[in-house]
Design a protein around this ligand. Structure first.
Ligand code: IPE
Ligand code: IPE
Ligand code: MG
Length: 245
């Protein structure tokens, strides 16, 4: 059963689509290990899932989709694995241009200073060349950490106070939010984590304050459209109160 926006489901309930879905794409390594393949092949396979899920989210009419591709902690991995992932990023950044016909905007979350100049330039060019698209925004979290995001925002706010642009009393949640890497997107409505781990692993900490969490044992390379349908249908049944009654 494919989900159609706002269409009544067989049980009579109508589907509420999340405005912002965030994915923790986990389980590539275990997918490869199960097949006695190198971990890098798991990442290749995970990349295929990423492409299909971007396309499906666009078809569904999801406005914002975030993907956790590489954390600030993932640099601890063996050099060969990090290098293989960087190579994949380069390919995917080039490939992202194929989505321009679908009017998708791409934004990177995280400090770009850690990347080699060629990757950094490709990232900046992709952001610039897609910035006028407004049908869907894809946020790619690469060298991203939720704590780093918050510290980075604090530094930006402090420098504005120091320069006299704002005063301490001007700082509120909205202003703070506007200094985060996600300034262009609303808070996360639905957070999906694959591979059977029940943790957030330093993903969008501030932005998930009222997110609904959905965990599945499916490994990211095996995740697909019908698995996403299940997550959205579960989200649709949740009662979100945001502290109210
Ligand atoms: C997620 O898959 C991708 C990255 C963190 C880059 P993993 O590589 O963490 O896969 P597992 O968790 O080892 O199976
Ligand atoms: C989270 O997965 C990061 C990404 C999916 C990019 P990890 O595999 O790094 O997280 P832990 O180590 O299991 O918490
Ligand atoms: Mg993992």
């Amino acid at each position: 059963m494919a989900i159609v926006k706002n269409k009544a489901q067989p049980d009579g309930a109508s589907i509420q689509l999340p405005k912002h879905i965030a994915f923790i794409m986990d389980g590539n390594g275990r997918w490869a290990k199960k097949r006695l393949l190198p971990r890098s092949l798991g990442h290749n396979e995970g990349g295929k899932t990423f492409k299909d899920i971007v396309t499906y989210c666009r078809e569904l009419g999801i406005e914002y989709v975030s993907f956790y591709a590489f954390s600030t902690e993932n640099w601890k991995r063996p050099k060969e694995e990090v290098n293989a992932i960087m190579l994949l990023f380069k390919q995917y950044i080039a490939d992202a241009r194929n989505y321009f016909k679908h009017e998708i905007r791409f934004i990177f979350l995280g400090d770009k200073a850690m990347f080699t100049p060629d990757i950094r330039e490709d990232m900046l060019a992709l952001e610039e060349d897609s910035k006028h698209f407004n049908k869907m925004t894809v946020l790619l979290a690469i060298n991203y950490g939720g704590r780093d995001d918050i510290v980075h925002a604090c530094k930006r706010i402090c420098s504005k106070v120091q320069s006299g642009e704002i005063s301490i009393d001007d700082i509120d949640e909205d202003r703070f939010q506007n200094e985060l890497y996600t300034l262009h997107s609303p808070s996360v409505d639905l957070l999906v984590r694959t591979s059977g781990e029940y943790r957030i692993s330093n993903f969008l900490l501030w932005q998930c304050a009222y997110a609904e969490f959905y965990f599945t044992d499916v490994l990211w390379p095996d995740f697909n459209r019908s698995e996403l349908d299940k997550a959205i249908s579960e989200f649709s049944k949740r009662s979100r109160r945001f502290g109210g009654v």
